[in-house]
Design a protein. Structure first.
Length: 430
């Protein structure tokens, strides 16, 4: 079936779903397949629950129902539909990727741009080959801009996503050692992230927003018009200076001789570059400087990303959504310089590092010896493989038993680890 025909069905619905448990009235169900499920089997149920149409790719599930649409491949159809819709509306899109900070940066950019425009932004971290199409299909004629986050764990992932989203502008927050099992090497990470630059270059959409201090990104920016931001170089479009972090990030930035001071709700000096990226984009799109500051000061992080949680017993710095060597070191550096008393860290394994895993975890342990924290707890199998003299527990459940018996009191506690380590559960008892 031609994508134009599928689009006519979509226009009748206006809303798509891939979850047969959530079927808004009149929506369009796409029967995706997973490792342990076949969405085709739920097509009829989706119609019964309120969907107007269901898209399947196995003929046996059509059963003569005119509301069940047969295609060659449901996922490919979803992606093609999203691209068709994106082209039809022609709304400017800013594409964002990077090893660390892309979700926080995306949220800050959206907050800044919303001070002047109607903006659609990726919800949460729905940034893969399914999430990006679902985001694009939420675009409507009322939107003036979109901020689309793109994640990757294998070579070619970003190319696939930019071919769907066709961004007009691009930003790579940074590149670091993450998902090395999939990328194979740090060079593989850089090459994959820069597939965003490649698309913009090849399609004549030259504007990128770049941390001028990142040499890896500068090396791949030839042929592109760079809007630079940073903290040190000359000739920056936006230049910022770090202030005290006690514990929240504060900074100042300059614009046409005017100095602006910003106090955020973000934990971590490493978030300065994320904030400067949002300021650069805001300035480029003519958002007033005072409104930019307001947007960044009003933003409150969530989903265990650089957030401070005050409990009855302790102060928790929760950064337990993801972890890799780059983000782990940044979190420890920031916590080390934070001007607060009684510091304690709980660190979980960094996942998907492949053959570099043992060395990476040993490097973390070696660095901890110079940090001067009052108490250090390590969690997970990978930390158990390295030489360390710190408290170690095989998993979060074992640690929870110990904490419930001997609860820390009046501590500032950094909780950092890969999401699969489930360290966020510790907030309930700390």
């Amino acid at each position: 079936m031609e994508i134009q025909t599928i689009y006519q069905y979509f226009e009748e619905c206006g809303v798509v779903t891939t979850d047969s448990r959530q079927c808004p009235e009149g929506s369009m169900f796409f029967a995706l397949k997973g490792a342990s499920f076949n969405g085709n089997a739920f097509a009829e149920a989706a119609l019964e629950k309120g969907c107007k149409y269901a898209v399947v790719d196995e003929e046996q599930y059509v059963k003569g129902n005119p509301r069940i649409i047969l295609v060659d491949d449901v996922l490919t159809t979803l992606q093609q539909l999203a691209n068709f819709h994106r082209r039809r509306l022609g709304i400017p899109i800013i594409g964002i990727t990077g090893t660390n900070g892309k979700t926080t940066t995306k949220e800050l950019i959206a907050a800044v741009l919303r001070k002047k425009y109607q903006v659609l932004a990726t919800e949460g971290n729905l940034n893969n080959h399914i999430g990006v199409p679902l985001t694009l299909l939420k675009l409507s004629g009322s939107h003036e801009m979109a901020v689309v986050e793109m994640g990757a764990s294998h070579p070619g992932d970003i190319k696939e996503l930019v071919d769907i989203a066709e961004p007009d502008y691009g930003m790579i927050t940074n590149v670091g050692m993450a998902h090395l099992e999939g990328f194979g090497s740090f060079e593989g990470v850089v090459k994959t992230k820069c597939e965003l630059y490649d698309f913009l270059r090849e399609h004549g959409k030259h504007i990128i927003f770049m941390d001028q201090g990142n040499e890896h990104l500068k090396a791949h920016s030839n042929g592109l018009t760079v809007v630079p931001y940073g903290t040190e170089a000359e000739g920056l479009f936006v230049k910022g200076t770090l202030g005290p972090c006690e514990p929240f990030l504060t900074f100042k930035w300059m614009n046409e001789g005017e100095e602006y001071h910003v106090k955020t709700h973000l934990i971590g000096s490493y978030n300065l570059k994320n904030a400067l990226a949002a300021i650069a984009i805001g300035r480029y799109f003519d958002v007033p400087s005072t409104a930019i500051c307001e947007a960044i000061e009003e933003y409150v992080p969530h989903n265990n990303r650089s957030q401070l949680t005050e409990t009855e017993h302790n102060h928790l710095v929760v950064d337990a959504y993801n972890a890799n060597p780059t983000s782990m070191r940044a979190a420890l550096d920031n916590f080390r310089i934070m001007n607060v008393p009684h510091k304690m860290v709980i660190l979980g394994d960094m996942r998907e590092l492949g053959t570099s895993s043992t060395e990476a975890h040993q490097n973390v342990v070696d660095y901890l010896s110079a940090c001067g924290f009052e108490r250090i707890i390590l969690v997970g199998e990978e930390f158990g493989k390295v030489n360390n003299g710190y408290e170690h527990y095989p998993d979060v459940n074992a640690l929870k038993e110990v904490i419930q018996q001997h609860l820390p009191q009046d501590m500032y506690i950094l909780i950092k680890g890969s999401n699969s380590m489930k360290l966020a559960q510790l907030q309930e008892i700390l």
